[in-house]
Design a protein around this ligand. Structure first.
Ligand code: ITT
Length: 197
């Protein structure tokens, strides 16, 4: 099956391609296609589900192919769950490094460093059918960045039960435990026998 990956985030593309193309990880042998400059709609939703559906449906309608989108975010306990769905725009900072600095400033002196990542992956078909998969990853936020891999808030985030940040893991190691890896594993499981009803 040809599937359009409806994201402009290179880190997500890398992780989705590694998961779905990795036969050992349950990969489905789908032919993944990039958006090739097609614009994504503005994320006007207030939930991950709404925003993932907006992105996946727009790409499925424009291309006539099934389209996969991920909407995700970091929910920080000491910030009452913020930035959540607004993680990509947190503090109006321009890039990952500046958003990490901003988050560290907001958490300066905070004893409670708990946070969780959430990913909602939606596969939309041109006929309007939607499949929704969700994954979560609890962990804690460090007081400074560690590691060069991954993207976004990965250098600050140590998953529960781990000693390394997500940015100190390989793509495969991150996939095995991460919010996005879990959502994609559920998608792959649902498709083992072909397209689910
Ligand atoms: P697309 O909408 O084009 O897919 P985006 O980066 O704008 O890309 P989102 O609106 O879903 O995507 O924002 C998610 C943000 O949450 C992302 O930009 C990161 O800042 C953060 N985030 C999500 N998953 C992450 C992960 O696995 N590691 C680190 N940060 C992550």
């Amino acid at each position: 099956m040809r599937v359009v990956v409806a994201t402009g985030n290179a880190g997500k593309v890398r992780e989705i391609a590694e998961a779905l193309g990795n036969l050992e990880a349950g990969g489905l042998g789908w032919q993944l296609e990039a958006l090739n400059g097609l614009p994504l709609p503005e994320e006007t939703g207030t939930t991950y589900e709404e925003n993932a559906a907006l992105k996946a449906c727009a790409a499925a309608i424009t291309t006539g192919l099934p389209a996969l989108a991920d909407d995700s975010g970091l929910e920080v306990a000491a910030l009452n769950g913020q930035p959540g769905v607004y993680s990509a725009r947190f503090g109006n900072r321009a890039n990952d490094t500046e958003r990490n600095v901003y988050l560290l400033e907001k958490l300066r002196g905070a004893a409670d460093r708990r946070a969780k990542f959430v990913s909602v992956v939606i596969l939309a078909y041109p006929d309007g059918h939607l499949e929704t998969y969700r994954g979560e990853l609890p962990g804690t936020l460090l007081e400074g960045p560690r590691g060069e891999n991954g993207f976004g808030y990965d250098p600050l985030f140590v998953p529960d039960g781990e000693t390394r940040t997500l940015a100190e893991m390989t793509v495969a190691e991150k996939r095995a435990i991460s919010h996005r890896g879990r959502a994609l594993a559920a998608l792959m499981q649902a498709h083992e026998g072909g397209r689910p009803a």
